[in-house]
Design a binder for this molecule. Structure first.
Ligand code: AMP
Length: 599
């Protein structure tokens, strides 16, 4: 059974398979190499990919996109709060979990972000099966290097809901490094900096590549920085310009905002190859057209602080890796937003006019690397990957809550995985019997600013004066990034442990099971709808064939009139039911009526 690699992107998704010694991109059902990460609910239909994206303007309330910006986050996350204001669809708060509310099939439906991402993944799975001609279950899904534990788990859950067996996850820039390294086929050692700026996330990873060995030195990034932020800046700029031009405020008009966003994204792309771009939207609000333009210089000025942030991350990651910029042999660009000339110019300047490597396809490299990794994990190894070895790092530090709400760092960020660390915790009271161990992830000094992972309590500590009772905490991260924590009381040997495979607030096994069943129902509905559409088209064709045949046959006037009246009735009926195909039984009944009369 083939294993595939899927790059589940904020804006677009892409997938590949490794076979016959090379990674091959799998095109979707329309023949496109990337699929928009969009899901749209229109009437009683569920659309995914290109078809869904086309509905973004008309069915803006029910067209979902940028879901990767919600996945694994809490409702009160400031970035969720800011994004919500710009989206056409509605995000609701369910016990601090963001959920998406849409109207589908005349009913209100509420989805977890994992379920929506699963719909995109399922579409990819189906396309992969059509391309490869066999069932595809095993997959590697990519995640931004800087995704935290919750975001990784939620992405994995999305895979499970889509019916995939997620055999591994790989950081997006690491995957790009693999694609780059295999493409280059060089045996000399090179330090490569992968600069990955996509639609919603930004990652920098420094990898030492030697032959087919990939050793990640450091990784840094921002899970909420990318092309969509540049679009948002443009939207805000033009909202205020429209207000000046027409005295109308469109900031609450989600339809108008959506239409303006499409125009802004197109202008942004144009500015990567021209110095000026027009932004035009007909009847934006109150019947007023919007006509404006923006220069490349103005675009760069508006996004100045974002671009600065990008460069700061490069500097910090270099410092974490212990390398100097002079030690970097190649800077490789990945992600659609690296086409922005200013970004390229800033990087070139920082690396003393080094020529940036744009030899790998920025939209496809991540999927190709994921396919290589998937193949290396699969049962049948491709001979081309015999010497393949990948060592990755953890992007965020792991720590334990210590006295006064402070974070006691146990595994610093950029530690190679797998790893094992021991920490000793002392009692804080005389004759303390129990000790709570709370695990966090993040870089801040106080745990309240970091991300809570899980907790447990160890009991049966023998009586001792404060600070004399001791517990040893063993933290272990395996190659898949799963953290296992164990605490052992030193004298008695009592122990307690947890595996942080599913942190608080994420989906339980039962919830995933339920969502898998729901996804199954959607699949059946889609299938049924497709069947009805096909039957509707077949009946329409049949009606036209009968109509054409009437003139050629030797019929009485009465016969001709009765056939034509049935044909007209059926064609009118089909026309009325154009948007929503009728039930199968009704279609069959009409077909039977036409058959009877025409025979
Ligand atoms: P990715 O997530 O790698 O597919 O990148 C998608 C992002 O790249 C979106 O925000 C696009 O608007 C952006 N993008 C694609 N092409 C260009 C371009 N020529 N200039 C600027 N941004 C682009």
């Amino acid at each position: 059974m083939p294993t595939i690699g899927i790059d589940l992107g904020t804006t677009n998704s892409c997938m590949a398979v490794f076979r016959n010694g090379r990674a091959e991109i799998i095109a979707n059902d329309l023949g496109n190499r990337v699929t928009p990460s969009y899901v749209s609910f229109t009437g009683n239909e569920r659309l995914v990919g290109e078809a869904a994206k086309e509905e973004a303007t008309e069915y803006f309330k029910n067209t979902l996109y940028q879901i990767k910006r919600l996945i694994g986050r809490t409702y009160d996350d400031p970035s969720v709060q800011a994004d919500m204001k710009l989206w056409g669809f509605t995000v609701i708060n369910d016990d601090n979990k963001p959920k998406i509310s849409v109207v589908h099939d005349h009913k209100r439906n509420v989805f977890r972000p994992e379920q929506i991402s699963a719909m995109v993944l399922e579409k990819m799975k189906i396309a992969a099966e059509a391309f490869l001609g066999e069932t595809v279950t095993d997959a590697v899904i990519t995640v931004p290097a800087y995704f935290n534990h919750a975001q990784r788990k939620a992405t994995r859950d999305a895979g499970l809901i889509a019916g995939l067996n997620v055999i591994g996850m790989i950081n997006e820039p690491t995957a790009a490094a693999v694609a780059y390294g295999l493409d280059r086929q060089s045996d000399s050692e090179r330090n490569v900096l992968i600069f990955d700026l996509g639609g919603g996330t930004f990652d920098v990873t420094i990898v030492k590549i030697k032959g087919r060995k990939f050793d990640v030195k450091a990784t840094g990034g921002d899970t909420h920085l990318g092309g969509e932020d540049f679009d948002n800046i443009l939207v805000k700029y033009f909202v205020s310009e429209f207000k000046q031009q027409r005295g109308e405020d469109i900031s609450e008009n989600k339809r108008a905002l959506n239409r303006l966003r499409v125009a802004c994204e197109a202008a942004k792309r144009k500015l990567s190859s021209s110095t000026n771009a027009k932004v035009q939207v007909d009847a934006l609000q109150g019947g007023h057209d919007f006509r404006s333009s923006i220069s490349q210089a103005k675009f760069e000025n508006l996004n100045h602080s974002f671009f600065e942030r990008v460069l700061d991350t490069v500097k910090n990651t270099l410092s974490d890796s212990g390398l100097k910029k002079e030690n970097i042999d190649d800077v490789v660009l990945v992600g659609g937003s690296t086409r922005i000339p200013k970004i390229q110019a800033m990087l070139e300047k920082y690396f003393d006019n080094m020529k940036l490597k744009r030899t790998i396809n920025p939209d496809e490299a991540v999927a190709c690397g994921a396919a290589v990794y998937a193949s290396s994990l699969g049962f049948v190894k491709d001979p081309a990957l015999e010497e393949f070895a990948l060592e990755d790092v953890i992007p965020l530090s792991i720590g334990i809550k210590s006295h006064g709400g402070k974070m006691s760092f146990a595994i610093p960020r950029n530690t190679k995985i797998p790893t094992k660390v021991r920490k000793t915790r002392s009692t804080v009271a005389d004759n303390q019997e129990r000790m709570g161990i709370k695990i966090y992830e993040g870089e801040r000094a106080l745990i309240k600013d970091n991300h809570f992972l899980d907790e447990f309590t160890i009991s049966g500590i023998p009586p001792a004066p404060r600070t004399k009772g001791e517990v040893e905490v063993l933290l272990e991260i395996n190659a898949c990034g799963i953290l296992h924590v164990e605490a052992i009381e030193k004298i008695t040997g009592n122990s307690s442990e947890i595996t942080i495979a599913r942190d608080k607030g994420r989906l339980s096994e039962n919830e995933i099971k339920r969502m898998v069943q729901e996804a199954e129902k959607f699949r059946e509905r889609d299938q049924e709808l497709k069947q009805r559409c096909n039957a509707r088209n077949a009946l329409e064709n049949y009606a036209y064939t009968v109509k054409e045949g009437v003139d050629q046959k030797n019929l009485t006037r009465q016969q001709r009139e009765s056939i034509m009246s049935k044909v007209t009735e059926i064609l009118q009926w089909l026309d009325i039911n154009k948007t929503e195909p009728p039930e199968m039984s009704e279609l069959e009944e009409k077909k039977r009526e036409l058959e009877e009369i025409s025979q």
